[in-house]
Design a protein around this ligand. Structure first.
Ligand code: PMP
Length: 296
């Protein structure tokens, strides 16, 4: 993620990433009390463009407010700092990781009076790779939204993602698919999930999922192409009995096809599915090669 020349932004300065540090007594480190974003910039004919910068930095503000972490930077300032950081690191196609954390030594369980801001950038290929995924329905559920604010991107929530993902890999699968507290399909550890049936798309509604920015973009691209998208609850049996194809979406993963779930292989090859069509549209959109006809 970094070498001796990489710069990161930390609390007002562009610093050498390998020299940046924080206290081992930081509240964040002990309680998973920090929030973050995952953003990408793409090389486009107009230079590097951060895709949906406003939406990501608005979500960072939302996450901060939700867990009571102060954030002293506006969406515009955060965007400006990020462009500068990309330029200093000479990066165009990059992954961007802003982290708002409570770096002050503090062992209490009260919200922080003060926060720190780190922004790191690095080159990162598609997070889940390019090949279609073999998913496993995880024995771990997504956290109950009555226990934690699931729509905020809180570091501590990712313990759930980490153990679900590692468990699926240990059992020979590529990735996990998690259910919500009611047994409905929710999402992956770091990506949203869609399936296709009779030329229409289905995805879990907001409630027990992170409301992905890629998910919203894909819904817009699908509807623009005349494809109906349903946001509704569904159980795993629907995937085994009715779904013809499936895919996952996320900033890091982009759009990636799903080959099978618990060894059940979908009937339609991913390449011929709506997911593959939308993956192409998404790639064109983020690289500035598709002019959206809708304001998305
Ligand atoms: N769900 C979870 C749990 C995630 O971590 C992510 C990645 N941020 C997503 C969905 C996809 O969100 P986005 O499209 O905004 O990256």
């Amino acid at each position: 993620y970094f070498d001796s020349n990489t710069l990161a932004y930390l609390d007002g300065a562009y610093v050498k990433a390998n020299e940046a540090s924080c206290s081992v007594y930081a509240q964040t480190l002990h309680y998973g009390y920090s929030v973050f974003e995952g953003i990408r910039s793409y090389k486009t004919p107009n230079g590097p463009q951060i895709f949906k910068a406003k939406e990501h930095y608005e979500r960072l503000h939302y996450s901060c407010q939700t867990v009571g972490l102060p954030l002293e930077y506006s969406v515009e300032e955060l965007t400006e700092i990020t462009y500068k950081l990309l330029e200093l690191n000479n990066l165009q196609d990059a992954y961007i990781r802003p982290l708002v954390f409570a770096g002050t030594p503090n062992m209490s369980l009260t919200t922080a009076q003060k926060s720190n801001l780190l922004i790191a950038v690095w080159e990162w290929g598609k997070y889940l790779g390019d090949k279609t995924l073999r998913l496993m329905i995880s024995p771990y559920e997504r956290p109950n939204p009555k226990s934690v604010p699931i729509e905020a991107k809180v570091a501590g929530h990712y313990v759930n993602s980490t153990i679900a993902c590692s468990d699926a890999k240990a059992k020979g699968y590529d990735e996990a698919l998690l259910l919500d507290m009611n047994g409905f399909v929710a999402e992956g550890p770091g990506a949203n999930f869609f399936y296709e049936k009779d030329g229409e798309l289905f995805t879990a509604p907001p409630g027990s999922i992170l409301r992905g920015i890629t998910r919203n973009t894909i819904i817009d691209l699908a509807r623009e192409a005349g494809i109906t998208v349903h946001e509704k609850f569904f159980t795993p049996d629907v995937l085994f009995n009715e779904a013809e194809a499936a895919f996952m979406t996320g900033t890091a993963a982009e759009v990636v096809g799903v080959q099978s779930i618990n060894e059940h292989v979908f009937s339609k090859p991913y390449k011929e599915s709506i997911g593959a069509l939308l993956a192409d549209k998404y790639a064109a959109l983020v690289t500035g090669c598709l002019t959206p006809t809708l304001e998305i």
